[in-house]
Design a protein around this ligand. Sequence first.
Ligand code: PXP
Length: 243
Amino acid sequence: MQRIRLGVNIDHVATLRNARGGTHPDPLRAARLIRGAGGDQVTAHLREDRRHITDADMERLVASSDLPVNMEMAATPEMLAIALRLRPHACCIVPERREERTTESGLNVVAQAPALGEIITSLRGAGIRVALFVDPVSEHIEAAARLGCDAVELHTGAYAAASGSARQAELQRLREAAALVQSLGLECHAGHGLNYENVGPVAAIPEIVELNIGHFLIGEAVFVGFEAAVRHMRHLIDAARAG
Ligand code: PXP
């Protein structure tokens, strides 16, 4: 089975820095440790309220990271303009509500199709790969395919939050969604709420080629160090993939 790309989301290094308003800890320093720890991509979300990653961070990441940068962004004219200026390797379009703590659900691709279509066309025209962040729901996945994006990132939050038979049901939804994404000719990515305990069954889904993981890894880094946390996640993903 294909090796999974691991994108490490470094937003919460910036959260910690912003708690004191200075320059430490620096998200770029974290980004530069990802490759050596077995990660493949730097993921960062420039939120409209700039609560963690700032414009300057995103600029430095794209200019100085030794790995491809995946910019998570809302579908707004402001974010589109920033992405077109910085030209990260990839953009993942996510829904955003200012009052939410994190990205709580996937995009309503059906309702937002015209606006998303324009953004996808602009980004792809600039050579940027585009993913849409969606719940494992076939109508949104099919709508994403019609819009011509490169990939769909499946929201794993409901799976991560569930337990027992409910978790098994969520896992089955992810499996069926991943198969649909691949059958439509799109790359299948996944992420949100993944940790050491729940990553294995998701990493074992053969159609998934990329995982983006953040909050748990930054939290774990407080105890074991950033590189050790990423390295252990890499090991668990590879072990699950190997069966
Ligand atoms: N993928 C997307 C599209 C996200 O918005 C996020 C959270 O910013 C993640 C992955 C990572 O989620 P977590 O921080 O829960 O690992």
